[in-house]
Design a protein around this ligand. Structure first.
Ligand code: C2O
Ligand code: CU
Length: 465
């Protein structure tokens, strides 16, 4: 394959090998030795990866691997994870994206772990918290770079009673994207990358480009898809296989929903059951999606193959059907408070050139300013208004929310199903209305999950009292 003779193409991006067997993510071992507790250690620090034959790529990794180890814990358990920051000269944190953790354990930018220091994150996983979460750094001003250099991992909370048949397996697919120079190094961002968010040359699945999965004919597979890229929108379809959505950011839906395609904006997750009923190859591919861009350098995303599935002729053992009902979701009900958050981009000329501002309600993030004060237990209606030229995936810490309505060009749309979400894309010119209720006091972040935008100021602080 390509990737061997790069001498003549010194300025071109590196080519990566494709078609290797899909690696399972390494599992983070539970060292507690007693039931009810998940205890482990995660060390963030420099490592090297081999993406291209004969070339070492310096990366950042958790416990030496990128994506980081898969964490699998259970509803009802207590989690105690010692975080060791071994990134030279940089603060870091671990943010437990989407998880119901106390504010002091949330790994937010106000609570950094200094280079060389350790800290313990401890929290309980309540009943009903089963879902597909993830973890990543969240230090002030360094989040985007630490994530694109390799720091992100999946965190699955397993249900006590799972309605999805075990025969479907349970495979986590963590999407990251990589920009790689021919010499194997990751280049610095340009000004345009900073404005758009860094989008890589290669979309990787569990660290591999277009890996291969082998299944038997008639098999159904449970796949958890994580968009852990900084800024890439993944509009996905399965060729030659049938997709059913069974879960969102915060766990299972009420009932399965057949889907021809899904849009996964940065930080979103989806749980699928995919039925491989036709022999030959099936593949997970990308469709074009225009999320709005500044300047040149847009990725050509239509028609990329992210994962190839070889469906064997030998039939699978008979698979139990997916239940018609997965779990009840109680609607959040009537709000007593409503808020409006307006996302804008501004442009200014300064001696260094053109500079863009990424603002919420006219303000850039200030660590010393509380933007919203809320009461624990109140149901609130949040209206997220995108008046900017790019889509901005909105993320709220501390709880999951329910999207109730979208409005664009004067047209209202209800979401097709009720779901728990912690990240929702707000397209250019769109307004998204959602219901949210914070249960725990303390400071919480809300921000655009294009991490470069978060870093440039599209973030605020919610103080829950
Ligand atoms: Cu995934 Cu505030 O982050
Ligand atoms: Cu944004």
């Amino acid at each position: 394959h390509a990737g061997h003779d790069m001498g003549a193409m010194a300025h071109a991006p590196a080519a990566l090998p494709e078609g290797e067997a899909l690696r399972e993510l390494p599992l983070l071992a539970n060292e507690a030795g007693r039931p009810g507790l998940f205890r482990a250690r995660l060390t963030a620090g420099p490592a090297t990866a081999r993406f291209v034959e004969g070339k070492d790529t310096p990366i950042l990794a958790y416990n030496g691997t990128s994506p980081g180890p898969l964490i699998e814990a259970h509803e009802g358990e207590r989690v105690e994870i010692t975080f060791a920051n071994r990134i030279a000269g940089e603060q870091s944190t671990i943010h437990w994206h989407g998880m119901p953790v106390p504010a002091g354990q949330d790994g937010n930018p106000m609570d950094p772990v200094a280079a060389g220091a350790d800290r313990v994150y401890a929290f309980d996983l309540p009943e009903g918290s089963a879902g597909s979460y993830w973890y990543h750094p969240h230090p002030h001003g360094r989040t985007a770079e630490q994530v694109y250099r390799g720091l992100a991992g999946a965190f699955i909370v397993k249900a006590k009673a799972d309605p999805v048949p075990a025969a479907y397996g349970d495979t986590a697919l963590v999407f990251t994207d990589l920009r790689l120079s021919a010499d194997g190094s990751m280049p610095e961002n340009t000004m345009i990358d900073t404005m758009n968010g860094r989008v890589g040359d290669h979309v990787l699945v569990n660290g591999q480009k277009n890996p291969k999965l082998a299944v038997a004919m008639g098999a159904k597979q449970r796949l958890r898809l994580y968009n852990a890229t900084n800024a890439r929108f993944l509009r996905l379809a399965f060729a030659n296989a049938a997709m059913t959505v069974i879960g969102s950011d915060g766990g299972l839906l009420e009932a399965p929903v057949a889907a021809d395609e899904i849009l996964l904006s940065p930080a979103e997750r989806v749980e699928l059951v995919v039925a491989f009923d036709r022999p030959g190859a099936a593949s997970l591919t990308t469709l074009a999606y225009d999320r709005g861009w500044m300047g040149p350098g847009r990725p050509a995303d239509a028609g990329l193959t992210l994962l190839t599935v070889d469906v064997s002729d030998a039939p699978a053992e008979a698979m139990p059907p997916l239940p018609e009902r997965l779990r009840p979701i109680a609607p959040l009900g009537t709000p007593t408070v409503s808020r409006r958050l307006v996302f804008t981009e501004t442009m200014a000329m300064n001696p260094a050139g053109m500079e863009m501002g990424f603002l919420i309600n006219g303000k850039a993030f200030d660590m010393a300013r509380v933007d919203i004060v809320a009461r624990a237990g109140d149901t609130e209606l949040w209206e997220i208004v995108n008046q900017a030229d790019m889509d901005h995936p909105f993320h709220l810490h501390g709880t999951q929310f329910q999207v109730v309505e979208r409005e664009r060009d004067g047209k209202l749309a209800k979401p097709p199903y009720l779901a728990w979400k912690d990240t929702v894309n707000v397209a250019r010119g769109e307004t998204v209305r959602l219901l949210t209720r914070q249960e725990r006091p303390g400071a919480r972040m809300y921000h655009c999950h294009i991490l470069e935008h978060e870093q440039l100021g599209m973030m605020g602080i919610l103080d829950v009292q």
